[in-house]
Design a protein around this ligand. Structure first.
Ligand SMILES: [Zn+2]
Length: 49
């Protein structure tokens, strides 16, 4: 399964069946991330507010 690093804590997050543009919370540090690119998978921190 594809994984990509959390940009905040470098935890390796399984991408699973996420689509480009989907958001997920990092299971390690809890930051909100968006999958900005599906292949190769790249997570980017979402700035809330
Ligand atoms: Zn994290």
């Amino acid at each position: 399964m594809a994984v990509s690093e959390c940009p905040a804590c470098t935890y390796h997050i399984p991408v699973g069946n996420l689509q480009e543009g989907d958001t997920i919370k990092c299971p390690d540090c809890g930051v909100l991330l968006k999958l900005v690119r599906a292949f190769p998978p790249i997570f980017e921190e979402v700035q809330e507010g």
